[in-house]
Design a protein around this ligand. Structure first.
Ligand code: UN1
Length: 509
């Protein structure tokens, strides 16, 4: 039996929770701060209140982050990795309670919450391994008896701004890399999901205290965007890693880049498509579209929004999709057998309705779904719409809801052009058994996204690879591969061990 009170008690989340953590001082007081509601989208009830951090709280947090970084940067990287490893262990030990908090914050089903946490834990262990491999290359010097190499040094303070849909994993992707790279982290989560941030921070505090490394991870939950902007504008913050909408991403980029030398890394809106060609296994294609389109209630940046379908198989695929969609059980995360939850809030429902109305007004046909469900909480039916055209505004924008638009094509080149014909460039998929079509899709003439998937859905990144996308998605990369490099400062070193200088013969000392 799910017991929300015991989940909240486990992380000491009371009626009014603290809106941040600053090293030395501890959890911010709740008095004298404006409290905002933490609402569970699964039943639209207030779970707790959070005392929003103030501008003065921010000043204390940043001062401590700058100070702590000065000692943290000299801690050997593998030791830094051990701190992150310990947080991973604590997340694993507390996975059921953490999953419960994510469910209360987002309404996601418990298996989805566990899956997110698995991603965060994997990220901790990946970062631990990477902490021994932050290596640069050796170059061949053109000079006699000189050695040249590249080294990677800590960057400073990193601000992590995360979205509501993956309240733990996005922090993990960014904060764990930041920490092993010798940086301190200020986390500004979405105020829609403050409880997950508080719970994760509690585990980070426990690990930091065990290691005598208080101050590596700080938490900052302002109730007001103007206070949040202080973090983005602060020249003491060397990198802002932002996950969220393209609109806010633009703003972050322009504020950060108004001072040269500061960095930003953006993971903004996606608009993923899956191409289904005439050689595809259509049952597999239907499952992949449904899973990527309706899974996590369509609230992933990688969610499939468009299915680009060969004309010859459209009718058959629509029938299979109807059968598939009919089996998607939507409901409260405590109900057995539920595979997707609600949208995050009322505004998200309005956005869902508006997108469907736009498509229908232009001639789209709702083949399945299209309505809000008549129950408490922000539930909608997973939806797919046929007869759509690539240039429709609702298809050009990201619809952050479980809506898939079906478009048709005749040649593979046309399908790829439709895939690429949007402003976003996060993930792309192809369902095919044609070697030619798959290779073309993956070639320089192929899809223009940061992530490409063959015979699978567009969601569910594997942490070993780098994660992020092109164009208006923002170009940033987090998670695996060499994404850690963004969190470090590169230095080209040259050492003269010849005992001579070029002016030896001209200047006598
Ligand atoms: C996001 O949706 O903003 O690969 C990030 C995936 C998830 C996405 C998380 N890791 O679908």
């Amino acid at each position: 039996m799910f017991d929300s009170q015991s989940v909240l008690n486990h992380f000491a989340i009371g009626e009014v929770a603290s809106g941040g953590y600053v090293a030395g001082q501890g959890w911010l007081p709740t008095e004298g701060r404006e409290a905002f509601d933490a609402i569970c989208p699964a039943d639209a009830r207030v779970v707790a209140k959070v005392a929003g951090a103030t501008a003065e709280d921010y000043d204390a947090i940043i001062a401590k982050a700058v100070e702590t970084q000065k000692s943290w940067r000299m801690v050997p990287a593998p030791r830094r990795g051990e701190l992150v490893h310990r947080i991973g262990q604590l997340m694993e030990e507390n996975i059921e309670q953490l999953a419960g908090v994510i469910a209360l914050d987002t309404g996601k089903t418990l298996p989805e919450c566990r899956f997110e946490l698995k991603e965060a834990i994997d990220m901790a262990y990946l970062a631990t391994g990477l902490s021994r491999q932050l290596s640069g290359g050796t170059q061949q010097s053109q000079r006699d008896r000189h050695r040249m190499y590249e080294q990677w040094l800590p960057l400073g303070v990193v601000g992590v701004i995360s979205a509501y849909n993956f309240p733990a994993a996005v922090w993990a992707q960014n904060a764990f890399l930041s920490a092993i790279c010798g940086n301190t982290v200020i986390w500004k989560p979405s105020p829609k999901v403050p409880l997950t941030a508080i719970a994760c921070q509690r585990l980070a505090v426990q690990a930091m205290q065990e290691f005598g490394a208080d101050g590596v991870f700080a938490l900052f939950i302002p109730g007001d965007d103007r206070i949040a902007e202080k973090l983005v504008a602060d020249t003491r913050v060397n990198l802002i890693s932002f996950t969220g909408s393209t609109g806010v991403g633009h703003k972050v980029a322009s504020i950060v880049s108004s001072t040269l030398g500061r960095r930003y890394q953006l993971e903004c809106s996606g608009n993923s498509a899956i191409i289904v060609d005439e050689t595809a296994d259509l049952k597999q294609a239907a499952r992949a579209i449904a899973n990527s389109g309706a899974g996590t209630t369509g609230q992933r940046c990688t969610s499939a929004r468009r299915a680009i379908v060969h004309k010859s198989i459209e009718a058959e695929l629509i029938e299979l999709l109807k059968k598939t969609y009919a089996q998607i059980r939507i409901g409260h995360f405590t109900e057995p057998g539920v595979i997707a939850g609600p949208l995050i809030d009322k505004a998200a429902i309005d956005h869902y309705h508006a997108a469907i109305a736009d498509a229908v007004a232009l001639g789209g046909k709702v083949e399945f779904g299209g309505k809000r469900m008549d129950r408490d909480g922000y539930y909608v039916e997973p939806t797919f719409i046929s007869g759509c055209q690539p240039d429709w505004p609702c298809i050009q924008r990201e619809t952050f809801a479980p809506v898939v638009y079906l478009l048709t094509y005749e040649t593979i080149e046309e399908a790829i052009a439709i895939n690429n014909g949007v402003a976003q460039g996060l993930a792309a998929g192809i369902q095919s058994t044609s070697l030619y079509n798959i290779e073309l899709f993956l070639s320089a003439d192929g899809n223009d996204c940061g992530i490409a998937k063959v015979n699978m859905g567009t969601t569910g990144a594997d942490v070993g690879a780098s994660f992020g996308g092109e164009k208006e998605t923002g170009g940033g990369r987090t998670a695996g591969s060499d994404a850690w490099k963004m969190f470090m400062r590169r230095q080209s070193v040259c050492i003269n061990w010849s005992g001579t200088t070029p002016w030896d013969k001209q200047i006598v000392l």
